[in-house]
Write a protein that binds this ligand. Structure first.
Ligand code: CMC
Length: 430
């Protein structure tokens, strides 16, 4: 009997099976060999919400949730946050290695020169209601890009994938900023190719009448670090949407629209917005204990706390907390910070949160920083979508090149009525 194997006995008939164990997994398809008769379909694994199912092998992001560890392509997130830039990290994610200087310069140049949108995209954005949520606008318009770049359908052509990857990373800040300017009734500010990736986003968001927008370097760098932290997070809900839709061989713009839609929800990328609304509802540090009581009574969840994978302090939250001070030196201290710190202090000492292993996640402090920088709440999930685009594209490419992958198609166990005959409308029972 092989050492790396699992022996299973089916107690229905006493038969024994041996399955190989690889990378801490057994193949779900091996279970199908477990049958009580020739006609039997075989066993399946039942796993709602995929809580214990590895759907792919991935070489992109490594997380050890128990120890609070996050690596991109082997590099610890702390080192990337300290030494890298968002575009260098995006390169690492989509190409697999950190670039040499000339490759980085070419990549930055390529991204910088794809930031413009076709003028017709502005007409779509103009069509949205004046108070449309910018994330809704982003989901709609990023999908619409596929109609402008019809060669994006050539998903097995490496050159086409390269160009669409550059276009998506480059254009998503422009879409995001235009969505915001539309929602406040301001004319669009065009990209400025002299500026860095995040400096240009600040320009497109906040430029008023000045001839040249000059981003504050502290805020520009803080946003860049936040973007590094959000760039990928292995098989989360939106990445799974990207891979699922991509597996049908849809173009990357359509798949990115699906991923962004998944990110919109309050349990995922919408949580940073929900955290601020929660902190504003609490109002002041002295009201935190009463709020915590309601959370523990099950009335609501503590937004920005808990994670499917991290059962320890989210390493990204730790880094964000550290950069908050540099941001507040420029913007002034947010009054919500005191509420957040008190919430964290009480939660980390409280039995309920300790026993449920609930710690602050990436969204707990990011919203306070975004708000201090002047971003409106509605833009928070959009600020998550912009950097995550690189991660989505890296995962999409990996999925396409993985010979084991096919169109994603989970199974179900049927729990509806057994076969019955159709009755004419007047003969149906009450
Ligand atoms: N506040 C209070 N209780 C919680 C919380 C919370 N934030 N999160 C989980 N729990 C409790 C939950 O009630 C359950 O308790 P019990 O076992 O007694 O019924 C237990 O912890 C397990 O919860 P779960 O819903 O089974 O855990 P999950 O892994 O399905 O959910 C989560 C993960 C992130 C959706 C959840 O923790 C949550 O809703 N957090 C608040 C929203 C949030 O901050 N989301 C951002 C996630 S990080 C960024 C991202 O990836 O998008």
């Amino acid at each position: 009997m092989a050492k790396d194997s699992l022996t299973v006995t089916d107690n229905r008939n006493g038969k024994t099976y041996e399955f190989p164990i690889e990378h801490g997994t057994v193949r779900a398809m091996d279970l199908r060999k477990i049958k009580t008769s020739e006609e039997d379909f075989g066993l399946m694994a039942y796993d709602p919400a995929f809580t214990n199912t590895a759907a792919c092998r991935s070489g992109i992001t490594y997380i050890d949730g128990d120890r609070g560890i996050l690596h991109y392509r082997g590099y610890p997130i702390e080192q990337l946050a300290e030494h890298s830039t968002y575009l260098e990290t995006a390169y690492l994610l989509v190409k697999g290695e950190l670039p040499r200087r000339e490759n980085l310069e070419a990549f930055v140049h390529n991204i910088t020169h794809h930031t413009m949108l076709h003028e017709n995209i502005k007409k779509f954005i103009d069509g949205f209601h004046y108070d449309a949520h910018p994330m809704g606008i982003l989901v709609g318009t990023v999908g619409a890009l596929s109609t402008f770049y019809t060669e994006a359908k050539l998903i097995f052509d490496a050159e086409s994938r390269r160009v669409q990857t550059h276009r998506l990373i480059a254009k998503i800040p422009t879409l995001a900023a235009f969505a915001y300017r539309h929602s406040i009734g301001m004319q669009y500010a065009y990209p400025d190719n002299d500026l860095s990736y995040t400096g240009n986003l600040l320009n497109m968001m906040f430029k008023m009448t000045e001839l040249k927008y000059r981003p504050n370097p502290v805020l520009e760098r803080a946003l860049d670090v936040l973007f590094i932290l959000h760039a990928d997070h292995e098989q989360n809900c939106s990445t799974t949407a990207m891979r699922c839709v991509g597996s049908s061989q849809a173009d990357p713009y359509s798949a990115t629209a699906a991923a962004a839609a998944a990110l919109y929800g309050p349990l995922h990328g919408g949580a940073n917005e929900a955290v601020i609304r929660m902190l504003m509802e609490i109002g002041s540090a002295d009201k935190v204990p009463a709020y915590m009581k309601r959370v523990k009574a099950g009335e609501m969840r503590l937004m920005g706390f808990g994670h499917r994978i991290y059962k320890n302090y989210d390493p990204r939250a730790k880094i964000i907390k550290e950069i908050a001070d540099s941001v507040f030196e420029v913007t002034g201290r947010s009054p919500l910070l005191d509420v957040a710190l008190e919430l964290e202090r009480i939660a980390l000492a409280d039995d309920y949160f300790v026993s449920h292993r609930l710690y602050p996640n990436v969204d707990f402090y990011s919203g306070i920083i975004y708000q201090a920088m002047g971003f409106p709440l509605d833009m928070f999930p959009v600020l998550f979508a912009i950097p995550r685009t690189a991660g989505w594209l890296a995962q999409w490419t990996e999925m396409l090149l993985d010979e084991e992958q096919k169109i994603a198609r989970p199974r179900q166990t049927y729990s509806g009525p057994p076969m019955r005959d159709y009755l004419p409308v007047d003969e149906r029972p009450e």
